[in-house]
Design a protein around this ligand. Structure first.
Ligand SMILES: [Fe+2]
Ligand SMILES: [Fe+2]
Length: 405
């Protein structure tokens, strides 16, 4: 990616001085040619005014316009970098979420079918262990290029979802079409014939693919579509890897939806303590939703919020301790995100108690940002890691960890 060098303040001042000097010399030259060189104070004043008059548009054209254009390019570059994964140059997870949210809303309006594909490199940890991280990075770059080459339409998006996992958004695509693309991706990566050969893996690098597609409705959510794709990816993994598993979004039940039922196989971390706490939090969210639906239940709702946040705070502390003990490389960033979410939750609860926000606004934050986007999505970033360490010892709570109530 070409990056435009920014103009420094020194360069800007030098440009202004150069324009002033050139204009001044030009004006003096013109006056000399006209035989009207300044000799008196009045003439010096008139000359200065002429220089200022001529220099103003010149400064605008040579300096201000260039500066504005330069600043716009810098903003564009910064925005693009903020949306890009530095290793693969694909869209990053943040950009994927923005596009998914936008596309889901658009598909709810158009009643069209939206598809999400999750692609995961098989036995990637073993690949890194065998060939080293440098080769691992090269492998991810090749896989990223191969996936991007399988997408034909401008609106299709591929992003790095995290680690060795990639996600594809296919607007206006039904399940059969999305499955075809998923199969093309699987074959394209097999066709790269990147040598693997680590213990338990095949001769070459392969991927497992989960494909979910369905009509978007107001009762479903974009995150549920991703959760479904992740569940299908898990099935592809557990079914022997190097395969595509596809399916529609699970039917929304007539009874109030349960967050707990959305904890599919793909959302198991492999650590029993973390999984138990996640289930507890999802159960809290279920109860909160039921309380919200009941008339005159503000006390019950507030008690439910306090319970949920208490369990979340304990869980956040335990989770960080567990993944830190296991050596998860992204632990500090994850801890910062926990801290941010807890601070925001405390502020939202305060706003709710003081009447500044409604119960449904508070629930919206808790259900979407805290439960869906963090517990169901962000946490999955370390699941492959914890899964790899899921031995009898790591499955038990670490010392000092409080078991769920
Ligand atoms: Fe968690
Ligand atoms: Fe977490």
């Amino acid at each position: 990616m070409n990056e435009t060098p920014l103009l420094t303040p020194r360069q800007l001042i030098l440009r202004i001085l150069a324009v002033l000097l050139a204009t001044g010399l030009g004006v003096l030259q013109a006056l000399d040619w006209l035989g009207w060189m300044p000799a008196s104070t009045a003439r010096i004043g008139v000359t200065a005014a002429l220089v200022a008059l001529c220099a103003t548009p010149a400064i605008y054209i040579a300096v201000v316009r260039a500066f504005v254009r330069n600043r716009d390019l810098a903003i564009e570059q910064t925005t693009r970098l903020a949306m890009t994964d530095p290793l693969t140059r694909l869209a990053n997870r943040r950009h994927f979420r923005d596009v998914l949210t936008m596309e889901f809303a658009r598909h709810v309006r158009s009643k069209a079918t939206l598809a999400v594909i999750l692609v995961d490199v098989d036995h990637f940890k073993a690949f890194n262990d065998t060939h080293g991280h440098l080769r691992g990075d090269e492998c991810l770059q090749q896989v990223a290029e191969a996936i991007a080459a399988c997408l034909q339409r401008p609106a299709d998006l591929v992003a790095r979802y995290g680690g060795e996992e990639f996600v594809v958004i296919l607007p206006d695509t039904d399940l059969a079409g999305a499955r075809t693309v998923g199969e093309q991706i699987r074959q394209a990566i097999a066709g790269l014939a990147i040598p693997h050969g680590a213990s338990g893996a095949g001769e070459t690098v392969t991927v497992s693919v989960g494909v979910a597609a369905d009509h978007c409705t107001r009762r479903a959510s974009a995150m549920a579509l991703v959760a479904r794709a992740d569940e299908l990816l898990y099935q592809a993994k557990s079914g022997g890897r190097n395969r595509v598993v596809s399916g529609a979004l699970a039917q929304i039940p007539a009874t109030p939806p349960s967050f707990g039922t959305q904890l599919g196989g793909g959302y198991r971390s492999g650590n029993t303590h973390i999984d138990a706490q996640h289930l507890q939090i999802l159960g809290d969210a279920d109860r909160l939703l039921l309380a919200l639906a009941e008339p005159d239940s503000s006390v019950e709702f507030e008690t439910g919020v306090v319970d949920l946040l208490r369990h979340v705070a304990i869980h956040f502390r335990d989770e960080i301790q567990i993944i830190r003990d296991l050596g998860f490389p992204g632990v500090e960033e994850h801890a910062r995100e926990h801290k941010r979410l807890l601070s925001k939750a405390a502020r939202q609860l305060e706003d709710f108690r003081s009447g500044h926000i409604s119960s449904s606004a508070l629930f919206q934050f808790l259900a979407r940002e805290l439960v869906f986007e963090h517990v169901l999505l962000a946490d999955s970033e370390f699941f492959a890691f914890t899964m790899a360490h899921a031995t009898a010892e790591s499955g038990a709570p670490a010392a000092g960890v409080t078991p769920p109530a």
